[in-house]
Design a protein around this ligand. Structure first.
Ligand code: NAD
Length: 268
């Protein structure tokens, strides 16, 4: 975004669910200086969020920045177009980037800037720096969530019921981050974000555990390479609006927006 752009920065939020509605509400409260929400885009009626609900085309005419809080399909279908219109795009549905063709297309598209929010995870700065120093040899992400949040449309009824009814922790997936985000598109954005940051989705070994005792959603990340060894664990309270999503995610989006649109100071 150019500094010659007139203030304030006009934000369009795609997806008026748990994340998007919170982001719009916070922007209306002035949480991010000089950023005003101008529209929300959603195929279902979202109620009165304090901004007009518009179709995407009409909303894009007013946008300086688009915040995607809707799902992978929006990134797949609209990211390149949005960037080519010179609109900045901040995404939450990072799993879409597991498709190498899409990842290459968004990297090449512009003049809008393409950015990912850190979302439910942290520690990405050191992983990125370590990967820049030399290739990482081992990256593992173990995510533990409530079983009901992991039920997927591709599961047959008995499998879905077994998952919902489990009384003990059970591993539901083990594989790389590319496969993980294909099978659990709304639940493993964290693994995708780690994959993007280390520059290799296939390097990231993902383990997904369904645990009925998991009041907090847990992400344990372990990485190793010529730069050093890293291990950290993040435990987030699920969003009351959508238990698949951590409550901290809208705040991560707002933080990303502030970094994107403001005058950086402090840790970035
Ligand atoms: N990066 C992260 O750490 C992280 C964490 C949680 C969720 N997410 C991503 O954020 C997305 C939204 O999460 P949420 O908890 O707000 O979900 P939600 O289900 O509460 O809300 C999603 C909203 O998007 C709308 N939507 C669906 N398809 C759309 C489309 N094509 N155009 C416009 N709107 C559309 C839905 O109608 C719904 O209102 C998730 O799908 C996930 O991909 C990322």
């Amino acid at each position: 975004m150019s500094r010659t752009r007139p203030d304030p920065v006009r934000a369009v939020v795609i997806g008026g669910g748990a994340i998007g509605a919170s982001v719009v509400a916070a922007l209306l409260r002035g949480v991010v200086p000089d950023v005003v929400p101008v529209a929300v885009v959603d195929p279902r009626p979202v109620g009165d969020l304090g901004v007009p609900q518009l179709r995407l085309e009409a909303a894009l005419e007013q946008a300086d920045v688009v915040v995607e809080c809707a799902g992978q399909a929006v990134v797949v279908q609209r990211a390149v177009d949005i960037l080519e219109r010179g609109i900045d795009l901040l995404i939450t549905s990072v799993g879409a980037l597991a498709d190498p063709e899409l990842a290459a297309a968004v990297r090449a598209a512009g003049p809008g800037r393409f950015l990912l929010t850190a979302g439910a995870i942290g520690g990405l700065d050191i992983l990125s720096s370590a990967a820049a120093q030399g290739p990482l040899t081992r990256v593992e992400v173990t995510t533990t969530k409530l079983p009901a949040t992991l039920v997927q449309p591709w599961m047959d009824d008995p499998a879905a019921e077994r998952l919902r009814a489990t009384t003990a922790a059970v591993e539901v997936f083990r594989g790389n981050a590319r496969e993980a985000t294909r099978l659990f598109p709304r639940s493993l954005n964290v693994a995708a974000t780690v994959g993007w940051v280390v520059g290799d989705f296939d390097l990231v070994d993902v383990r997904l555990v369904a645990d009925p005792a998991a009041e907090l959603t847990c992400h344990r990340v372990v990485a190793e390479g010529m730069a050093g060894r890293y291990a950290f664990e993040i435990e987030n309270l699920p969003s009351p609006q959508n238990p698949r999503t951590s409550g901290v995610v809208p705040h991560a989006v707002l933080r990303s927006l502030a970094a994107l649109t403001g005058r950086p100071s402090g840790v970035i």
